[in-house]
Design a protein around this ligand. Structure first.
Ligand code: FAD
Length: 379
């Protein structure tokens, strides 16, 4: 058993972190403040092979697998998970097109995405159904050689900036709960789509989030992903992968909280000595370090498993749950260690605290992960 990363993976990590420090960090404060999206950073990331690195080389990617991609997400997330999303989630949804799409669809869409030319959005959540993924109501009705889509999607990352949606729709309303759905590629400039940016997020404010309405939106039948009635299964399999990426975001953010806290504990003095000398500060640093280390092991193992012949996706659910908890714990401890200075935006930990909470919400709330893991344990 060997816990060390191969040399090429270490180089990838190093490159991703250097890229984030040089290209993302200078814009972090401004983009958080004015909620601005950064297409030019995505393009630079693509030039450096950081977009769609998981995509196999035959489809234009770097072919570093999900483990390699996890390392990229972790390193960028040490700097900024909001701008990070504009980079590593610019193909959100494409994992399912890669797994279930036709050869023609893969050849058409994956290389352009890896070159940073197109942005994708996964349109799943609806105003009345988030955790209850079988409760979506958006309909796609077959009409000759087209499908016609009507419905509304909510909280869609990249919603106003994407070129394509992967949209989960009901095609078979009379089928059982899980066989009702099919998934479609929907060009974002199709007539009948209205996209409205959602402003005022607590954190990840540089990422684009939108409310998207589909009214009589027509897409050719060729835009169906895989087979009809398989949409729900495709979505669950997609989440199996993307949960690992969210746990990697949590890992990077938690590491940043620890780094900032160690630095500050050495610089700040109280009662004539550095606050790092106080045992209660040490306890916070120690607990953060232990949580970060256990999370790292779980995240890497989940990603390694996803690349293996027999993936154990429960590891991803565990990593997602543990990641959200760790990020929120570390961000809270980091603000406490910074005292009053942690409460103002001159210090990075204030933003880390606001950014951390989303990691317990999207791609399965922490409650949803508990239920998924708990049920799996008893099957
Ligand atoms: C910034 C941001 C970006 C997002 N990006 C995307 C995106 O790109 N694409 C997309 O499709 N969605 C996206 N989402 C949506 C996100 O995945 C959902 O918000 C999330 O899944 C929760 O759904 P909900 O908001 O409808 O909450 P609800 O499902 O209404 O849940 C509310 C509360 O009830 C709890 N709950 C619900 N059901 C149960 C149950 N059975 N047992 C116990 N507790 C339960 C939940 O855990 C939660 O605490 C995004 C959300 C945000 C905020």
């Amino acid at each position: 058993m060997d816990f060390t990363l191969p040399e090429e993976m270490k180089m990838l990590q190093d490159m991703a972190y250097k890229f984030a420090r040089a290209e993302i960090e200078p814009h972090s404060h401004r983009c958080d403040e004015d909620e601005s999206y950064t297409p030019e950073i995505r393009k630079k990331a693509a030039e450096n092979g950081l977009i769609g690195a998981w995509v196999p080389e035959e489809y234009g990617g770097a072919g570093v697998g999900f483990l390699g991609n996890t390392l990229i997400v972790e390193q960028i997330s040490r700097v900024d998970i909001g701008i990070g999303l504009n980079v590593y989630a610019s193909g959100f949804g494409l994992e399912s097109l890669y797994m279930f799409g036709t050869e023609d669809q893969k050849q058409t869409y994956l290389p352009a995405f890896c070159r940073g030319e197109t942005v994708w959005a996964g349109a799943y959540t609806e105003p009345n159904a988030g955790t209850d993924v079988a409760g979506y109501r958006t309909r796609a009705v077959k009409d000759g050689n087209d499908y016609v889509i009507n419905g509304q999607k909510m909280f869609i990352t990249n919603g106003t900036v994407c070129d394509y949606f992967l949209c989960q729709c009901i095609t078979h309303p009379d089928e059982k709960r899980y066989r009702k759905f099919s998934q479609f590629i929907v060009p974002a400039d199709s007539p009948g789509i209205t996209r409205t940016k959602i402003r005022g997020k607590m954190g990840i404010r540089a990422s684009d989030t939108a409310d998207v309405a589909f009214e009589e939106v027509r897409v050719p039948a060729d835009n169906l992903v895989g087979e009809e009635t398989k949409g729900f299964y495709q979505l669950m399999t997609f989440f199996d992968i993307t949960r690992i990426m969210v746990s990697a975001q949590a890992l990077g953010l938690s590491q940043a909280c620890l780094d900032e806290s160690i630095k500050y504990a050495g610089e700040r003095s109280a009662f004539g000595q550095p606050i790092g000398n106080f045992q209660l500060t040490m306890q916070k640093l120690t607990e953060m370090a232990i949580h970060v280390e256990t999370l790292r092991n779980l995240v890497y193992k989940a990603a390694w498993s996803a690349d293996s012949e027999k993936p154990d996706y429960m590891l991803g659910a565990m990593a997602k749950y543990h990641g959200g908890r760790t990020a929120v714990f570390c961000a809270n401890a980091a603000v406490e260690i910074h005292g009053g200075y942690g409460y103002i935006d001159e210090y990075k930990v204030q933003k880390l605290y606001r950014d951390a909470k989303i990691l317990e919400i999207y791609e399965g709330t922490k409650e949803a992960e508990i239920l998924a893991i708990g049920r799996h344990l008893q099957t």
